[in-house]
Design a protein around this ligand. Structure first.
Ligand SMILES: [Zn+2]
Length: 318
């Protein structure tokens, strides 16, 4: 017999879907949650979007999953939080939680005594990640990011089985240019893997654009992974298109605020020692030059002229 499930105070009986607002500790901030409880037993999946507020193809795709998926088709449960960063989404703030200026996807496992971003990460970890079997987190290129499509899987955890399932699940993401083994630990999906919960992070779309085609591709990716996890009926399809495998990545952040000039574009090859960009002050003086440390390919370039110290500028990998 399928059981009733409750997440963040939102309870769904077998074969039903319930939406509501989950509180975040002692704050006035709430997370929009939809619990889709199936009729048959199966895994419980956490599906999140808008940890970064303006990565629209993912956000729209996950809205559609929450609004259109029939619980009668589901085995197990799908718990959707979207947008996680409600304020960032509504105020069109790239990367950051507006109230504390922190990048939520660097704060896991969070801190109940911290600022709002720390508390959101803490609640996501304690009340959601720890109660599920898989975490699928969805992203894309935020307002300043020119990039391609990626599937990231966690590379660091004592829980080897969680890493194995994550890597296997990545083979079922149909539309992506790059497959990246992540060495990070404080992103939402990385922390899930450290807890022993397999996970993936998907990225598709860039510069906060969104088209119907991108949303459709995103939905195909999400639904195929859900079929692989057997929470949706039907045979999951393995990816048949070529994908570039990245085993090492450099993610550079700005050392200064000022003007950012990139000398390479997304997908360009870079050679070791090649100048890839520089930051100038407001009078044109060069503050910092950036050079590739090894031969690789450009994964993401920030396209805005203005840059703030600490913000991402470029990523490349091999
Ligand atoms: Zn993101």
């Amino acid at each position: 017999m399928r059981k009733t499930v409750t997440f963040g105070g939102i309870t769904a009986e077998p074969g039903t879907k319930k939406s509501g607002w989950a509180p975040v500790l002692d704050t006035d901030y709430k997370l929009p949650v939809t619990v889709i409880n199936g009729v048959d037993n199966g895994k419980t999946i956490l599906l999140t979007s808008s940890i970064h507020g303006c990565e629209y193809p993912s956000i729209e795709a996950v809205f559609r999953v929450a609004e259109t998926l029939d619980p009668k088709e589901v085995s197990g449960a799908i718990v959707v939080i979207n947008p996680v960063n409600v304020d960032g989404f509504l105020t069109r703030t790239p990367y950051l939680v507006p109230r504390d200026g922190k990048n939520l996807n660097r704060l896991f496992p969070g801190d109940p005594e911290g600022t709002l971003g720390d508390k959101i990460a803490y609640v996501l970890t304690e009340d959601f990640q720890k109660k599920v079997d898989f975490h699928l987190d969805t992203h894309g290129g935020d307002i300043p990011e020119t990039q391609l499509s990626y599937v990231y899987y966690p590379g660091i955890s004592e829980a080897k089985e969680a890493l194995r399932i994550s890597e296997e699940a990545a083979e079922y993401v149909l539309h992506a240019e790059f497959l990246i083994k992540s060495q990070a630990v404080n992103h939402a999906y990385n922390y899930a893997a450290i807890l022993g919960i397999p996970s993936l992070m998907l990225e598709l779309g860039d510069n906060a654009r969104w088209t119907e085609e991108e949303v459709s591709l995103y939905l195909e990716n999400i639904y195929n992974v859900l079929r692989y996890l057997k929470v949706l009926p039907g045979e999951a399809e393995k990816r048949h298109r070529d994908i570039k495998r990245i085993t090492e990545g450099e993610y550079l952040d700005a050392d200064y605020s000022g003007r950012w000039y990139a000398f390479v574009g997304r997908e360009d090859s870079v050679k070791k020692g090649q100048k890839i960009g520089e930051i100038r002050d407001l009078f044109g003086n060069v503050l910092k030059e950036y050079y590739a440390e090894y031969d690789g390919v450009v994964l993401m370039v920030v396209s805005t002229l203005a840059i703030k110290e600490g913000a991402p500028i470029i990523a490349y990998g091999r």
